[in-house]
Design a protein around this ligand. Structure first.
Ligand code: UD1
Ligand code: CA
Length: 465
């Protein structure tokens, strides 16, 4: 059975309880806007089109959401916001009668594509299908009212419900699948004579029953999948649920997380075999960890490729942004290292504590172990870059390159003023400020010569008169 699916995402509401300037559906969960989760999930169903209903902060919301590959994403404004039925009415003109409309909410981020597919299967292109769930505390939700034979008769909103109806624990999740031609006709019949004076989408159930059509409920048990975000507390709770799921997926793959409750992925994390991740690490953007990589506690790693066997010691910050960071096989990084965009480290490179590397290539076996800065540099194989040494890469207007050829030894506390090249195998004496290129194999010392005066008497403190 196959029919076209058009998705409508309701995202016009205000989200007052977030107490934020930012529209609710743009608040982030796992590093992605709430409504983006919903759109990305719709894309996995191969929806023909995804229509997002915007209202509050419409311009921001429209600018803040992106179409996944091969998905036609469009926006329709709802102004003013007169209820969920009124919201879907705004989308109806762009929907086609040959398909099924799947209605989702922009503030319900963790529904799984498989659950929505199951709902679409229940709809089968011809029935009204509702996603429902039993809740221990159904306060605030629309209740599923069933007849004697268990058939669904209506959804009654909490504020409109009788005491008896409020005792019903089966609630409407806010998600339905409905043949578009039926939806179109039913929405035209909506009114707002109810406790909230709103046009309720949920009234379509009433119309279906009146028209003699069966209403099917697809009842699930996983509350996280239909949980909405209305407050910072709920956002934080769903964030943990989301992270726990990501952690469990990695554990199943064999990744050894020291504590799945102290672990955050805000993007894509791809791990090889025998990867170990200690507590309180954060992964952002796109991160790949090769076989046998170990990440120490309290590391933040964003947009980076860490090759097999590399060890990232605790408190290391890696941020690749657009240029990316690459850490070669068997490299040792940190503790307390900082790798910035364009850091490209070869195999067995060592970057130690309080060393910053930006837009620099380090060839195999190069080492910068303590308190150093390498910016806009090309560093050859086996170079040893001393403690406290820096590349002076910026003249106040432009950035310049430093080239340190293979097997160079740079002593401690040197300044290499770019543009400058240190020839292969050369040595730079500690404390030197190098402004001119040096020849291969040369020792270069550029500092005041040491003067020692024998038996030097230090001044003594004068006595007060
Ligand atoms: C809705 C359902 C309720 C269900 C609950 C599940 C209705 C009438 N009620 O109630 O049965 O149990 O969801 O969470 O549908 N929105 C608009 N425009 C509007 C109003 C709302 O776009 O005019 C959007 C909101 O931004 C939100 C979604 O629709 O994303 C749901 O709206 P909300 O006000 O949260 O509906 P509930 O009252 O919770
Ligand atoms: Ca709600």
């Amino acid at each position: 059975m196959s029919f076209p699916v058009d998705v409508v995402v309701m995202a016009a509401g205000k989200g007052t309880r977030m107490k934020s300037q930012r529209p609710k559906v743009l608040h982030r969960l796992g590093g992605r806007a709430l409504a983006q989760h919903v759109i990305d999930c719709a894309a996995r169903l191969s929806a023909r089109r995804v229509v997002v209903i915007t209202g509050h902060g419409a311009e921001q919301v429209e600018a803040g959401l992106a179409a996944p590959a091969a998905t036609a994403l469009s926006f329709v404004r709802q102004e003013p916001q007169l209820g969920t039925g009124h919201a879907v009415q705004q989308a109806v003109p762009v929907l086609q009668d040959d398909g099924v409309t799947l209605v989702l909410s922009g503030d319900v981020p963790l529904t799984q594509a498989a659950t929505l597919q199951a709902l679409l299967d229940v709809c089968a292109g011809q029935h009204l299908a509702l996603l429902t769930l039993d809740m221990p505390d159904p306060t605030g939700y629309g209740r599923i009212v069933r007849g004697d034979g268990g058939e669904v008769c209506a959804i009654v909103e909490h504020k409109d419900a009788s005491e008896a109806q409020r005792a019903i624990r089966e609630i409407y999740s806010g998600i339905m699948a409905v043949p578009t031609r039926l939806l179109r006709a039913w929405l035209a019949r909506l009114d707002n004579r109810n406790a909230q004076g709103e046009y309720y989408l949920t009234d379509v159930v009433k119309f279906a029953v009146a028209d003699g059509l069966a209403v099917h409920a697809h009842r699930i048990t996983d509350a996280v999948q239909v949980a909405g975000v209305n407050s910072p507390a709920q956002l934080a709770e769903l964030e943990r649920a989301y992270q726990r799921r990501r952690a469990d997926e990695l554990l199943v793959q064999g990744v050894r997380l020291a504590d799945p409750a102290r672990f955050d992925v805000r993007g894509e994390l791809v791990c090889g075999q025998d990867v170990e991740i200690d507590v309180n690490c954060v992964f952002e953007g796109s991160v790949q960890l090769g076989d046998g990589v170990r990440v120490g506690a309290h590391c933040v790693i964003a947009n980076a490729v860490i090759e097999a066997g590399a060890v990232i010691h605790p408190f290391t910050h890696i941020e690749g942004e657009k240029a990316g960071v690459k850490v070669g096989a068997g490299a040792l990084i940190g503790p307390f290292a900082r790798l910035r965009p364009g850091a490209d480290l070869g195999p067995e490179v060592h970057i130690g504590n309080f060393v910053e590397v930006k837009n620099s290539t380090l060839a195999a076996g190069a080492k910068a172990n303590h308190l150093a800065y390498l910016g806009d540099a090309i560093v050859g194989e086996r170079v040893n870059y001393g403690a406290g040494s820096i590349t002076a890469n910026y003249d106040g207007a432009n950035k310049h390159r430093t080239v340190i050829e293979a097997d160079v030894h740079v002593g401690s506390n040197c300044v290499l003023v770019a543009p400058v090249t240190i020839g292969a195998g050369g040595t730079v004496g500690a404390g030197s400020t190098i402004t001119k290129d040096t020849a291969p194999g040369a020792l270069s010392v550029a500092r005041g010569k040491q003067v020692s005066i024998a038996n030097w008497q230090r001044p003594v403190k004068q006595k007060k008169a």
